[in-house]
Design a protein. Structure first.
Length: 539
């Protein structure tokens, strides 16, 4: 299933002088093989009513143009349009109202099936794909859900159902797990702008730009599978936590990844901490900075790390069986990396905005800094690069590309058109690896989401957690998630905080075994290896 692009902290990279010429040749050959073997199908955006967008807003992180798969044969395309708007009598002075058109497009017939227009009040992200043909729409601090294809025959394809809204807090970031099972809504205290202040470019934190604050509330909701595609989504309250900055703790509905410093700041390990209290030790990872892991499916994750500095130029692939199965180098300086997922086919996409000079964590404002926005489609189990392409105009918000739910194609915005690339089928080894990885996927036990104290700082332990409401919230939670003698927690219970003690087993007395890095099929076997390497990814 495709998932909205998950935020990643700003990263940078430089070509390392330690990389040998052999590795450079391997990667160069791999890049050529990864390019599309046939021309993509092109859908001119002009035919949809699209007009060129402002570079100023795009480079500042504004969400101006999106493309998503509804299913394998239908796209949802949204974009900013210039159109007169009626004046609203109570419109806040800091609002930046705009019109956005949404188009439901049928790929086989090349026809527009339906369209609508939304009035938004800022330039932040407004659309998230939550799988099964359903989408979240944000207008200010209210979320609604709609299913355009499922409701097409009813004559109201863009009919919205209530999902979540806030009272006295502002939505700062929304994260959705790769398998569409868990949504994290991060909110901050809403503070009015002083009369002398200029309105912010966006009333919503850009996806790659953590918002500096000391009181962030994270509300978690499980997203149940619909009985049929037209069902409105009824989110189920799954917990609340607090931290001191917006960001991303890699979470599933069953648990989360914990990063363990093995003592010297260069050797790290990953643990999977289930909300039920169980802990599972995973692979180790060498990095000169703290690794940044991200789930790409229920059973696989990737991690960004550093090699000899603080630039995240290492990318590793891991499974929940405790193995690091591949590792690659990332080259060139870049910012605003974003991800898209197709767990059903064991694939993900990494987008990076290349820059000519090393850039800090601030939004880019100078076009001369920008090189290109590149995407690479990876087979997660092997690290094989299936496709390398470019997006234009460059959009740091990262919503100008998408993977189909079955992982068979990828859509990119390029040169005022949407280009559709077909992707190759997984090979036999990759298909077998996907089955093995799926067997190690953790099961959801229904426990409330909570983290160890090492995962967050309690900057707002007294903040009430009843500011986020769901019109369909479930007030009775699983009793197994309650401590003995505790009253059942309610959605919006002000006593539910993140002040939880560390969970799971104590640290092991002996260091865990080192992970194995696989090699290319043509590489000579290591003297200690009796079997050929099982994967075909770069070292």
């Amino acid at each position: 299933m495709p998932v909205p692009k998950q935020p990643i902290p700003h990263l940078g990279s430089r070509l390392q002088t330690l990389v040998g010429p052999v590795l450079l040749v391997i990667l160069a050959v791999g890049a050529q093989l990864a390019r599309a073997s046939e021309p993509p199908r092109r859908i001119p955006l002009e035919d949809l009513g699209y007009e060129p967008l402002s570079t100023q807003f795009l480079l500042a992180g504004a969400s101006m143009l999106t493309v998503d798969y509804v299913d394998q044969t239908h796209l949802l395309i949204t974009f900013h349009v210039r159109r007169l708007m009626h004046r609203l009598p109570d419109d806040p002075p800091e609002d930046q109202d705009r019109n956005v058109d949404a188009v439901l497009y049928d790929l086989p017939s090349a026809r527009i099936l339906a369209r609508t227009s939304w009035r938004l009040h800022d330039h932040g992200q407004y659309l998230w794909n939550i799988g099964d043909g359903r989408f979240l729409l944000r207008v200010r601090d209210t979320l609604t859900v709609f299913a355009p294809l499922a409701n097409l025959d009813s004559g109201t394809p863009f009919r919205e159902h209530p999902f979540l809204n806030t009272k006295n807090r502002r939505m700062a970031q929304i994260l959705i797990s790769p398998d569409d099972s868990l949504i994290t809504v991060e909110t901050v205290k809403r503070e009015p702008l002083a009369a002398s202040q200029k309105p912010p470019l966006s009333g919503f934190a850009p996806p790659s730009e953590p918002e500096p604050t000391t009181e962030v509330q994270m509300n978690f909701y499980r997203i149940p599978e619909p009985r049929n595609a037209a069902d409105d989504v009824r989110p189920r309250y799954a917990g609340v936590a607090h931290t001191n900055t917006t960001g991303s703790i890699p979470t599933l509905d069953a648990g989360y990844l914990d990063v363990i410093d093995e003592g010297d700041g260069r050797h790290w390990a990953f643990d999977f901490d289930a909300y039920s209290g169980k802990k599972k030790e995973l692979a180790e990872f060498d990095s000169t900075c703290r690794p940044a892991p991200f789930f790409v499916s229920r059973s696989e994750f990737i991690a960004f790390g550093c090699h000899g500095g603080s630039n995240r130029q290492i990318l590793g692939g891991f499974n929940m069986g405790g193995e690091e199965v591949w590792q690659q180098n990332l080259f060139n300086d870049y910012v605003s990396p974003t991800l898209a997922f197709a767990p059903a086919r064991g694939r993900f996409v990494l987008s990076r905005v290349m820059v000519h000079t090393a850039a800090g964590p601030t939004p880019l404002a100078a076009p001369e800094q920008i090189g290109a926005q590149t995407i690479v489609v990876y087979q997660t189990s092997s690290g094989r690069q299936l496709l390398r392409a470019e997006c234009s105009p460059v959009e740091p918000a990262g919503q100008n590309f998408a993977l189909s739910p079955d992982g068979s194609s990828v859509a990119t915005v390029h040169n005022d058109a949407i280009e559709i690339y077909k992707l190759p089928e997984p090979n036999a080894a990759e298909s077998a690896d996907m089955k093995l990885a799926l067997a190690s996927a953790p099961a959801d036990t229904g426990d409330l989401v909570h983290f160890s104290e090492s995962q967050q700082s309690l900057a707002a332990s007294e903040t009430r957690s009843d500011s986020l409401e769901s019109p369909n919230r479930v007030d009775s939670l699983a009793q197994s998630s309650q401590a003995p003698g505790e009253a059942p927690a309610q959605a919006g219970d002000s006593g539910a905080t993140a002040a939880n003690a560390a969970i799971g087993d104590p640290p092991p007395d002996q260091p865990r075994p080192r992970p194995t890095l696989y090699t290319l099929p043509d590489d000579p076997p290591h003297p200690e290896q009796n079997q050929p390497p099982p994967h075909d990814q770069p070292k």
